[in-house]
Design a protein around this ligand. Structure first.
Ligand SMILES: [Zn+2]
Length: 80
């Protein structure tokens, strides 16, 4: 999907609202994490999938201090 030509103002704190159509297309919901990248003068943003910080699996997981740990890795950590 390609949507172009949407202009949004940036506020005093540097925030912008991502258009609803973009969020819907990206499957982004409140509290999801977005990864921002800057290349030249172009900013891109990508939805971060909820994958384990240790093994990168996307199965059942827990969130602790904004980090994702899968249940398998949690079980391994508990056994140490
Ligand atoms: Zn894991």
């Amino acid at each position: 999907m390609k949507i172009k030509g949407v202009a949004r103002p940036i506020d005093e704190l540097g925030r912008i609202v991502i258009p609803k159509e973009f969020r819907k297309s990206m499957g982004v919901e409140p509290k999801d994490l977005l990864e921002l990248s800057l290349v030249g003068n172009t900013i891109t943003c990508k939805k971060l999938e909820k994958s384990c910080i240790i093994c990168s699996e996307e199965g059942d997981h827990l969130e602790f201090e904004n980090k994702i740990i899968c249940l398998n890795c949690l079980k391994k950590l508990k056994s140490i």
